[in-house]
Design a protein around this ligand. Structure first.
Ligand SMILES: *[C@@H]1O[C@H](CO)[C@@H](O)[C@H](O)[C@H]1NC(C)=O
Ligand SMILES: *[C@@H]1O[C@H](CO)[C@@H](O)[C@H](O)[C@H]1NC(C)=O
Length: 347
């Protein structure tokens, strides 16, 4: 059976990869067409960041990448908008007014009240307007700092466990504070300012949590923050998340997912190599890493609104006595294409 699934996969995987490449090149084409508008700026700037904010003896620095967009900046009174970059490479300041993520963010269901009352004026925005629009309105400069360890802001060439010990949201918060002071100083020198600008921070998801925490931790460095879909509450053993996945899946798909979990658990006991190969995950030596990969890959189909891509093939396989694990691996492959689309559009 394992041999047969391996053979099937060999036959089918190229199909999936081909469509993946086709999708990517099509997407690349459309991105190139719009690329001139996709970013407000991609011009890199660098500054020396402290590696360990909590050690009195370690004075090492690393280069951290940032971007600035000052076309709207009203030097005399304009605020600074800091768009926090999260857990991915930060390749510029995205023109979120034009990108499709703006349509998602401006979704009326997610309407957010932004209070800029401690800033220069009292304004209440009932719908979250995108940073670009607000920056224009307020004569703001927009700056964005790449998160340590992502993109080109990695302090080390190799991400060994030892080297990773300076990767934490706490260090990242202090990165933002140090950057905020650095950039204010730079503005004061270059624009001959003798005042502190009002700073407002923005973030989404993980960077949304950083945005909220930054305001709490450094109230003297900001006049406010926007924390959109911010993941501020860490829950140990968050089984409610999986319960929600089960509910969203519906009875049949939930049952198929439970059977898949059972089959994977069994195969890990008897032939862990084949089952990992089936998911192109032979490199994951640790079984828990492998189980996490499968669980997360399935969960994000529901989190990002593509349940059918995952559920249709596995429910069909379950009903028609096809190999459930092979169907699952293919479904994940196709679903990842949608996930890549989603992430390209968002970030
Ligand atoms: C900077 O500001 C000071 C005081 O307002 C002024 O005397 C000086 O001429 C300004 N310098 C530049 C380069 O604008
Ligand atoms: C996680 O929570 C579930 C449900 O409450 C429980 O059965 C399980 O033992 C918990 N696991 C850990 C590792 O705490």
């Amino acid at each position: 059976m394992a041999k047969l699934s391996g053979l099937l996969l060999l036959l089918l995987l190229p199909l999936c990869l081909d469509s993946l490449l086709a999708v990517e090149s099509r997407d690349l084409l459309s991105r190139q067409l719009h690329d001139s508008n996709a970013y407000l700026t991609k011009e890199e700037h660098w500054f020396d960041q402290t590696l360990d904010h909590f050690s009195p003896t370690d004075h090492r620095k690393f280069g951290q990448r940032f971007y600035e967009y000052v076309d709207f900046f009203e030097v005399a009174k304009g605020p600074i908008f800091l768009k926090i970059c999260g857990e991915s490479a930060c390749n510029g300041i995205v023109n979120d007014y034009l990108s499709s993520s703006a349509e998602l963010i401006v979704n009326p269901k997610g309407s957010v009240e932004v209070l800029l009352n401690s800033c220069s004026s009292e304004v209440k925005l009932h719908e979250l307007e995108v940073v670009f629009v607000i920056a224009k309105k307020f004569g703001a400069a927009i700056v964005s700092l790449e998160h340590r360890y992502y993109g080109k802001s990695s302090p080390f060439k190799e991400l060994t466990t030892a080297n990773l010990r300076f990767l934490s949201s706490k260090q990242a918060l202090f990165d933002l504070a140090v950057f905020r002071q650095y950039y204010q100083g730079y503005l004061n020198v270059n624009y001959n300012l003798s005042r502190e600008s009002p700073w407002f921070v923005f973030g989404v998801s993980y960077s949304g949590a950083l945005s909220a925490w930054f305001r709490l931790k450094f109230p003297h460095l900001t006049c406010g923050s926007l924390a959109s879909s911010a993941v501020v509450l860490a829950v140990y053993n968050f089984t409610e998340f999986d319960q929600q996945v089960g509910e969203s899946a519906g009875a049949e798909c939930k049952s198929a997912l439970q059977q898949i979990t059972y089959l994977v658990d069994e195969e890990l006991k008897t032939d862990s190599k084949s089952v990992k190969n089936l998911f192109a995950a032979a490199e994951l030596k640790n079984d828990v890493d492998f189980l996490y990969l499968l669980a997360d890959a399935a969960a994000i189909a529901f989190q990002y609104g593509n349940p059918d891509v995952l559920c249709s093939p596995i429910v069909d396989a379950m009903k028609n006595g096809k190999n459930l694990l092979v169907s699952f691996s293919l479904a994940l492959c196709f679903h990842m294409i949608f996930a890549i689309f989603y992430f390209i559009n968002i970030f």
